[in-house]
Design a protein around this ligand. Sequence first.
Ligand code: ZN
Length: 135
Amino acid sequence: MKNWLQKFMVGRYGVDQLSNALITLSLVLILMSIVLEVQLLNSFGLLFLGVSYYRILSRNTTKRYMENQKFLNILKPIKGKMKNAKNISQMKNKKDKDFKYFKCPKCSQQMRVPKGKGRVNITCPKCKNVFVRKT
Ligand SMILES: [Zn+2]
């Protein structure tokens, strides 16, 4: 059985990132078609599944390779943006940790002060009330 499969796959392109993405997409679409009861999604899902199998079994490996490269090039900036967004949120978290939050005793305005500065005079930006806090 395995031998037969190996023989069958000789000279064929095989699975790549694009095919994997297409299979995932088609499974999501088919699942959505069941949940949402939209037949059209099921048709699209089967179409993508068909395309991915066509690519996997294709003997035109050069063309399939180029397709996958194009797909990876499209994906690159998206992946970069996702990484950026993650970095920004991490920076925000770090920033929050470096500040201590105080409430003005007079007007309850909330403000933040950098940590580790010892005892500081804090001037409320709203009512100009000055109070001393340890950071
Ligand atoms: Zn105040």
